[in-house]
Structures are given as structure tokens and as C-alpha cells.
Design a protein around this ligand. Structure first.
Ligand SMILES: [Ca+2]
Length: 317
């Protein structure tokens, strides 16, 4: 039994009394995934990318960057991938916008790599989907302009996308984990793009604020990760230090974990609409979204720390 399977099995046993969903197991055949991220503002994108890039039995086909300074975000993603031993993963900058970028960019401002591609991000997504119809999961952990561009410019790809898993939205809670729901950041940066995604008919999973706001990576758990001193964990430590926002909340990691087959919460099927403010609301109608609910934060965080330390490659002697 691999270390991954051992941890997943143990957590499955622990989770069973409070979680009736399928056990946490690695999928049998490699999951094909593309990550769309706004890495370099909040810190959770880096933790999400570290989990995905180091996961076994996953074929990470590429990374695209969204929101504002997409080229600079691509540098951060590519440098983190390199630190994780994944310079083979191509990174495409999405459509550039006018927003600034956070301090984490300083860490990567001199970084250059053949993995940084100059091609069009939406076209890259379309090409990959055409080459593997019905097989690719798109994981969106930033504002949705790239996925909106993809579905608008190439609507013919919709039936070929296996599913979209988002960190985004809120139907029951706000950032304080209390009702009422509020417009969530990723959705409210571009509600029109979000509406395109939510009405696309593509199978959609939403990890919103009701399952993500309690995922706090406290100092003790951070120490356990950083103590390994590998290139990958050193990169996470440097980025966390530059970010300087206190205790990271692992919003985006929830979406990646779900895409990898880890279940740390319940789920329900709802009809969800996006209003002009970016609020996501449940209304009457046929279900269009699988909404994640009722998380188990400690279970999730302990799993995350353990699996990350197992997965991230150590330095070679
Ligand atoms: Ca993000």
C-alpha cells in the first residue's frame, strides 16, 4: 500500500461516522487535470498547486493564470512548479487585466523557463480538451475569465469537458462562516464569466465559502510542512512569508482535494444562479451544480499536511 493510500485509508476509517460519501482514495487511472489560478494574491493557490503538482496518479496537463497581471502570475506558478520538480508542466498566461499583483511576485520576478508559454490560454484549454474528450477536469481557483473565454469562444467543447471543479461562490455562508451568503471574490471579479460557467451545462462542482472558510492552516501545521526543508516546502515557506497575511485559509485546496478524489464534506445538487453582484443563489430549477457542504476541517487539514509531506519530493543526496 502506498503512503498515499495508507493515509487515505486511515482517514476514510476516521471519517466514516460523520461522512457518508465515497472514501478518500486515489483514482485508478490518472485523472487529467488543468488548473486555472490567480496565484500570487492570496496564499492558498500556492498550497493548492503544491498538492496537485505533487499528487500521484494525476496527469497535470497544464496551468493557466487568470486575473490582472496574468504573465507575472504565470512566473510564480512556473517557479513553484520547478521547485516541486515539475518543470515539465506548461504554464499559459490568460487574458491580461488591469488589476495589480501581490507581493509573492517578488519571489519569481527574475524567473524564466521554457515552461512559460506565450500561447493563448483559452486556445490551450480548447486544444487539450479536443485531444482528450470527456477526460479532462478543469479546476478553477481564481476569477473565471479564462473559463468564460473558453466557453464563449469555443462553445463546441462544452460536451467534451468531463467536469469543472471550482473554488468559488457561497450559498449558505459568508467569509465569517455565518449566514447570510455574500458575493465571493472569484465570482464577483467577473460575474458575467461566472454566469457563462454556471449556465454552460458542463458538470460543475462548487467548493464555496460554506466549506472553505474554516480551513485554517495554523502555525503548528505550517511548521510541520516547512520543517521538511525541501525545495518545494521552502518555496511554500518563502511565499507564505512574503504574503504575510497571518493564518492561511486553504480555500483553493478544497477544490483541488475534491478533484483528486478526497471527500471531506457532504454534497448536494442545487440549481444555482449568479446575480450581477456575483452572489450565487439557490433557486427553483433543475440542478446545475454539485454544492459542497458540511466540511470536517480538522480531518481535512491533518490529511493535507500528511499527504503534502509524503508527496513533495525530498532533496537528492
Ligand atoms: Ca485563488
Amino acid at each position: 500500500m502506498s503512503a498515499w493510500a495508507a493515509v487515505a485509508f486511515a482517514l476514510c476509517l476516521f471519517a466514516r461516522p460523520c461522512c457518508a460519501l465515497p472514501p478518500a482514495t486515489a483514482v485508478a487511472t490518472p485523472e487529467k487535470v488543468i488548473l486555472d489560478t490567480d496565484i500570487a494574491d492570496d496564499i492558498d493557490d500556492a498550497y493548492a498547486l503544491a498538492l496537485l503538482a505533487s499528487a500521484p496518479n494525476v496527469k497535470l496537463l497544464g496551468v493557466t493564470t487568470a486575473f490582472g497581471e496574468t504573465g507575472k502570475r504565470a512566473q510564480v506558478a512556473a517557479k513553484l512548479l520547478a521547485a516541486l520538480g515539475r518543470s515539465d508542466v506548461s504554464v499559459f498566461a490568460g487574458r491580461k487585466g488591469g488589476s495589480a499583483i501581490g507581493r509573492q511576485y517578488q519571489w519569481a520576478r527574475r524567473f524564466r523557463s521554457p515552461a512559460l508559454k506565450s500561447g493563448d490560454a483559452a486556445l490551450f484549454l480548447k486544444t487539450q480538451i479536443d485531444q482528450a474528450p470527456g477526460q479532462i477536469t478543469l479546476v478553477g481557483i481564481g476569477p473565471l475569465m479564462n473559463l468564460g473565454d473558453l466557453l464563449t469562444r469555443y462553445p463546441e467543447v462544452k460536451p467534451k469537458i468531463r467536469r469543472i471543479v471550482l473554488m468559488g461562490g457561497a450559498v449558505y455562508a459568508g467569509y465569517n462562516n455565518q449566514a447570510p451568503a455574500v458575493p465571493e471574490w472569484n465570482i464577483s471579479r467577473d460575474p458575467a464569466a461566472a454566469r457563462i460557467v454556471f449556465t454552460s451545462g458542463v458538470p460543475l462542482v462548487m467548493a464555496g465559502l460554506e466549506v472553505t472558510t474554516t480551513l485554517h492552516l495554523d502555525a503548528e501545521r505550517q511548521k510541520r510542512i516547512f520543517a521538511d526543508g525541501t525545495a518545494g516546502t521552502d518555496a511554500l515557506a518563502a511565499l507564505t512569508n512574503l504574503w504575510g497575511g497571518g493564518t492561511p485559509t486553504l480555500f483553493d485546496v478544497a477544490a483541488v482535494a475534491y478533484a483528486l478524489g478526497h471527500r471531506f464534506c457532504d454534497e448536494e445538487r442545487d440549481h444555482v444562479v449568479v446575480d450581477d453582484s456575483g452572489l450565487t443563489r439557490i433557486t427553483d430549477g433543475p440542478p446545475n451544480v454539485t454544492v459542497l457542504v458540511h466540511p470536517h476541517p480538522d480531518l481535512f487539514l491533518d490529511w493535507y499536511v500528511s499527504i503534502l509531506r509524503t508527496q513533495i519530493p525530498g532533496d537528492k543526496a
